[in-house]
Design a protein around this ligand. Structure first.
Ligand code: UD1
Length: 357
């Protein structure tokens, strides 16, 4: 009798997780594993969710828990109820979670309580700022995980310093794989002129969505003032959290507010930009990989490799620091990071998951 294929439940819910899952899901399925893809519904606007499934060729989710927005407890609790029901019924061989969102921690807690093997993609990242909900999600998820897939050596060392060594592996960064895979396609398929009327190299791209920036009027005002001080236009695709807040602010005349973009148009926009200004984690890396200097609108970054040569600079929400960081251009070639021996990351992750069977 042929043996049953290995069954993995993958949990996604927020925009960056769709991007990361796109490469891993493909490899799991290519290797003959059964994957049940669960969308928690944390991100639900078509521009925040569906568009990524379409563009990145992600199989449609097998289940959508439709939890939507709410307080941290409401959102995480609703996800846990849905995930527990589903995982109790299916008893998979492993549960795969990504990154640091509320969807990640909900999946981790449910898997751990049901004593199901838990695997974490993007393990070992730390900002050392516990005021960020993402930091709490990372710490708890890493504590509970049986397999910890680290994108960088820094992440491996961090886990070791916390006493976590069992199940830890250096896989490299799945986002590097996605960026490489889609960068050429984006160039071929998406014209810059379809996104903005600005010329290549003559504009900046900004994104702001972290609670610490979007929900704090003084910090959001500081960021907008910093953007206003730049002598070039800035294209700002608006996350829904920020859209709700920006109405109470004065938007500078050199800032073009646009709707959230899909993955391919965003790659095209970033690759052709003079610089990126962001509080996103993933976009810092994408900018550097695409050779575009980055200014991070936070006080710290989990992705310390990006800081080498000044390709990424920390500026917080202070207009003077933002302007200075933009004016100082980076030196040397952009740092290379996110590769691991034996990669790509998705293959190493799939091989490690096979070991659960
Ligand atoms: C979440 C993650 C963050 C990640 C980001 C990617 C947590 C704690 N944070 O932040 O780490 O970088 O996703 O984008 O999980 N909203 C909509 N439509 C949507 C989604 C959100 O209108 O499709 C609005 C809602 O008003 C909601 C707010 O945006 O209250 C925030 O959404 P939420 O999912 O709670 O967190 P994000 O800020 O997106």
């Amino acid at each position: 009798m042929p043996s049953m294929p290995m069954h993995i439940v993958s949990i996604v819910g927020a925009r960056p997780q769709f991007v990361k899952a796109s490469v891993v899901s493909r490899v799991l399925r290519d290797r003959g594993m059964e994957e049940t893809l669960v969308h928690t519904g944390q991100h639900y606007d078509p521009a925040m969710s569906e568009i990524f499934f379409d563009e990145l060729g992600i199989p449609p989710p097998d289940h959508n828990l439709d939890v939507g927005s709410g307080s941290h407890a409401e959102q995480t609790g609703a996800m846990m109820v849905g995930l527990e029901r589903l995982m109790e019924a299916r008893r998979p061989d492993g549960v795969l979670v990504y990154g640091d969102t509320n969807s990640t921690i909900a999946g981790a807690l449910v898997a751990a309580k049901l004593v199901l093997p838990l695997a974490h993609v993007e393990a070992g990242l730390r900002s050392f700022n516990r005021a960020m909900p993402e930091e709490v999600n990372r710490i708890v998820t890493d504590r509970l995980s049986d397999l910890l897939f680290c994108p960088t050596e820094t992440a491996v060392r961090q886990l070791a310093s916390e006493g976590i060594v069992r199940g830890v592996s250096l896989t490299g960064d799945v986002m590097l794989e996605v960026t490489r895979h889609f960068a050429e396609r984006a160039d071929a398929q998406v014209a810059l002129s379809g996104i903005t009327h600005h010329e290549p190299g003559r504009y900046g791209v900004a994104t702001v969505h972290r609670a610490e920036n979007a929900d704090d009027p003084a910090r959001l005002a500081g960021i907008l003032e910093g953007l206003a001080s730049l002598e070039f236009p800035v294209v700002l695709p608006l996350h829904p959290r920020t859209r709700r807040r920006i109405d109470q602010q004065v938007v500078p005349s050199n800032v073009d507010l646009i709707e959230p973009l899909g993955y391919l148009p965003m790659l095209t926009l970033v690759r052709n930009a003079r610089c990126v200004l962001t509080d996103s984690g993933g976009l810092q890396k994408e900018a550097v990989w695409l050779g575009t200097p980055c200014v991070t609108l936070r006080e710290e970054t989990e992705w310390v490799e990006t800081l080498v040569g000044g390709w990424n600079r920390l500026a917080g929400a202070d207009p003077v620091r933002i302007r200075e960081a933009v004016d100082r251009r980076p030196t040397g070639r952009p740092p290379e990071f996110g590769n691991a021996p034996g990669g790509p990351a998705s293959a190493l992750i799939a091989t490690a998951l096979e070991s659960l069977g």
